[in-house]
Design a protein around this ligand. Structure first.
Ligand SMILES: Cc1cc2nc3c(=O)[nH]c(=O)nc-3n(C[C@H](O)[C@H](O)[C@H](O)COP(=O)(O)O)c2cc1C
Length: 153
């Protein structure tokens, strides 16, 4: 069974939470069963990162950057994870009020340090998530789960 970790920032019941739900649906939609952990980034740690075979990161944009919670996850895990997660397939989805590009650049720079591999372009959602945005997030989750199950990642 594919082991998928979703970590996220954003406030409870907010826009990022809606995207997380869509991602969760996607991960669980495939024929192959997946084991899924969905955790606020502040509650996730090295054990979760080492457990997973694929990672999905969801964050709002705050002041042109990822949420502090997601940054904190990276701060706590970067050195302890060194040499242990190379090649980890990951996907990113960002909820922004009007931009989101700074967040994407910053996350991409950080994950280059971890040497993770993007499974798809980041999903950038500006404003209230639409049906199309939710579908894109669902597809992101489904792509990761299916790719892991098929041994593509
Ligand atoms: C403190 C703070 C800073 C923000 N800074 C930005 C920003 O720099 N760029 C942007 O596009 N949106 C910004 N926003 C808007 C949020 O990214 C947007 O409302 C997002 O959808 C919130 O997600 P959430 O409902 O999951 O918390 C900011 C919101 C807050 C609360």
């Amino acid at each position: 069974m594919a082991r998928v970790l979703v970590i996220h920032g954003g406030h409870a019941g907010g826009r990022t939470a809606k995207l997380v739900e869509a991602v969760r649906r996607g991960v669980l939609a495939g024929d192959e069963a997946a084991e899924l952990r969905v955790l606020p980034a502040l509650a996730a740690g090295l054990d979760d990162l080492l457990w997973c075979q694929g990672l999905l990161i969801g964050t709002p944009e705050h002041f042109g950057y990822m949420s502090g919670a997601v940054k904190d996850f990276f701060d706590r895990t970067f050195y302890p994870a060194q040499g242990r997660t190379e090649g980890l397939p990951y996907g990113l989805f960002v909820s922004a009020g009007n931009d989101g590009t700074g967040t994407i650049l910053a996350v991409e720079r950080i994950v280059t340090g971890y040497r993770w591999t993007a499974i798809a372009p980041p999903v950038r959602v500006v404003g209230e998530p639409t049906t199309e945005h939710l579908a894109s997030c669902e597809e992101l989750g489904a792509t990761l789960a299916a790719g892991l199950s098929a041994g593509l990642f």
